[in-house]
Design a protein. Structure first.
Length: 299
């Protein structure tokens, strides 16, 4: 049994794990995301002596996941203090000379759900996380979606809710999707954490209003076969029916498909891998690195 290393590098915490090629997690640990010096020392210590044969890293971004680029393997223009332009792949290569694959945490989670989770057996899917930030990754024809770089679907523009006077909190765009609907936007707008709001609070109708707009854009542009929504905010299960209802209203019958009409509750779903979507995604990245599949971000 070959051991695969996995890192889910989040803005709040790093989750490290040892897994197998069939997606089983054998061991895991998590550390707060502090400075790179402190955090990466904990990461390296976790993997030392474990005999990993490949490593997958799914990271908060923006990152550079394009092999051959001068900054491949870097966390690039993140607003996270101390982490801008940090070469996370290069750092791990100094300690572990094994094949590595590097992508966004959400692209990794999409790959994990495609391989072992809610999108298993399909050709395409999207994974969206709604938490401290909003990010989305996509698998199309079995490959993670890249172009000039990776998708940044959390920063699309959305129409403002008619009753919303919140200015938005994104440091780059103000009232983009993330600026209006991520966890910090909920807390700043209502002066209380989302987890402390009641299920019938008007915050959730407003939240669904923004997220449904985003999903409409994703459906029209990418036409994924499954949309998987995770992250801390999506623990509020009352959001799912609200989002489905609003998406259906926005599409207004324009895209005719059973998944968008009578089967919408099976189309927009929570992660099949649960809270392990990100870590399993990093294991799936490590599996790609080990197999050296064409199109994988392998070094």
């Amino acid at each position: 049994m070959r051991k695969l290393g996995a890192i889910e590098a989040g803005g709040t915490k790093f989750v490290c794990g040892i897994g197998t090629e069939d997606g089983q997690i054998l061991e895991r640990a998590s550390f707060p995301t502090e400075t790179p010096e402190i955090t990466m020392q904990n990461v390296v210590s976790f993997f030392e002596g474990k005999g990993i044969e490949a490593l997958g890293i799914g990271s908060f971004g923006p990152i550079d996941p394009i092999p051959g680029s001068p900054t491949y393997g870097y966390i690039t223009t993140t607003p996270k203090p101390h982490w801008g332009q940090f070469d996370i792949v290069g750092h791990m290569k100094q300690h572990f000379p094994v094949p590595m694959s590097f992508d966004t945490d959400v692209n990794g989670a999409a790959l994990g759900e495609y391989t072992w989770g809610a999108a298993r057996g399909l050709d395409s899917c999207m994974y969206i996380t709604v938490g401290t930030g909003i990010g989305a990754g996509a698998v199309v024809d079995g490959k993670m979606l890249h172009g000039l770089s990776h998708p940044e679907m959390g920063h699309i523009l959305v129409r403002r809710h008619p009753e919303d006077t919140f200015e938005g909190f994104c440091p780059y765009h103000g009232d983009c999707l993330e600026g209006m609907a991520a966890g910090p936007a909920i807390e700043k707008r209502w002066q209380v954490k989302g987890s402390e709001l009641t299920p019938d609070h008007p915050a959730w109708e407003m939240e669904a209003y923004y997220l449904a707009q985003a999903l409409m854009s994703y459906v029209l542009i990418l036409s994924p076969q499954k949309i998987i929504m995770g992250g801390g905010v999506m623990k509020q299960e009352q959001l799912f029916p609200l989002i489905r209802q609003k998406l259906q209203k926005l599409l207004n019958g324009y895209v005719q498909h059973p998944s968008l009409q009578e089967n919408l509750d099976q189309y927009i779903v929570s992660p099949g891998l649960g809270d392990n979507a990100g870590l399993c995604g990093a294991i799936a990245l490590a599996k790609l690195a080990l197999e050296g599949e064409e199109g994988a971000a392998v070094v």
